[in-house]
Design a protein around this ligand. Sequence first.
Ligand code: SF4
Length: 450
Amino acid sequence: MQELLLFDTPTRPDRDATPRSRRYYVWTVGCQMNISDSERLEAALQGVGYSPAARPEQASFIVLNSCSVRASAEERMFGKLGEIVGLKRAYPDTCVVLWGCMVGPDNRSIFERQLPMVDHFVSPSAVDAVVALAPNAVYTLDEPALPVRDQEHPPVSVHVPIQYGCNMSCSYCVIPQRRGRERSRPLEEIADEVRRIVARGAREIVLLGQIVDSWGHDLPGRPQLADLITAVHDTPGLLRLRFLTSHPAWMTDRLIETVARLPRCMPEVNLPIQSGSDTLLTTMRRGYSTARYRDLIVRIRAAIPHIALTTDVIVGHPGETVEDFAQTMALCAEIRFDKIHIAAFSARPGTIAAEQELDPILAVPEAEKQERRLAMEQLHEQIATERNAAHLGEIVEVLVESESRGKWRGRSPGNKLVFFAHPDDWAGRLARVRITQTSPWSLQGIVQRT
Ligand code: SF4
């Protein structure tokens, strides 16, 4: 589950003269899948004559893309909906769509709340259903109503969903209820989308799925992620390829070998461990043991010595004892991940863990959860500081994404943020950067002459 980070993605402003009636505003909270859904929605809305608005009051069509992974994500959305109330009063013609994981067949909480400011509810990833609600969409006869991804200027790095839903039943997770069973997109459809996005200027593609390495098992011929990576790897213009999020029970030696062999496939794997205790992994229904996880790490590091490993950890899951938590700390200290996404357990209605949380013997007190989160964050910071410091003096190849406040910002092959100052335009280009300064969260450097 990569869904432990929260992002806001306000729509980019623009300065054209499109009237308010054909302006949209998309607000997103959640994971990379939500960000990707919103990017696809924006591209589709632009394809039917809409332009982005910088602020919600400048738009007649407002889409709020929601996330249910943590209670805090839902609370943020309710806060946003509160802001929309006044806006609807001032502009009664505004059409408001609540989209994403909060709108699912089993989410009673959303329908129990009074949300008069919302005109339509649409389930996750249903881009076409949202576009169909845009009141002033303009369709031309010779164009499909929904261009796949025809943004004129896509970002340097684009997330492409290759699979929707999840077939697992992790104790704490609402994704299977909200996004349904796994559906893989056909290889040719994905390859075609990648070609089109890269032809328009993207340089990095991130293949996205809840369990991305299970892609293809539901398609005819049961192709594997390794086949898809191989198929899109040589797309003309593509510089880098990544995939997100892996599951320890699905990662194969063939996939590891493919990442090791293909030069544009970046040495980075996000492999959520969630807990370092076997007892808790069973409670969480994760489908692997710590021994299997450790063995997988050994095989990955043997095949790709410079791999960057990231993981997700939940602390304070019901039943997590002091000893279970100590085992998670020990495992993280042993593996020394480049990055750990840490979440204190928050009960999601309808999950097994939410039931367990009601049992005072199993529930971890809130203060204890926060203490464990803090301890894990300190360990993470210490490891990240040391791992990043090891890059000091190295020359790393950086794919540059954007410029902000006089510095170019890009990513190393291991997906570390790198900043450097230079007068040239580096957007979308590879720069060789000597690292002169490191911190736990980023690297700074100087461009080298080629
Ligand atoms: S059910 Fe498990 S594997 Fe599926 S999305 Fe949730 S955490 Fe990930």
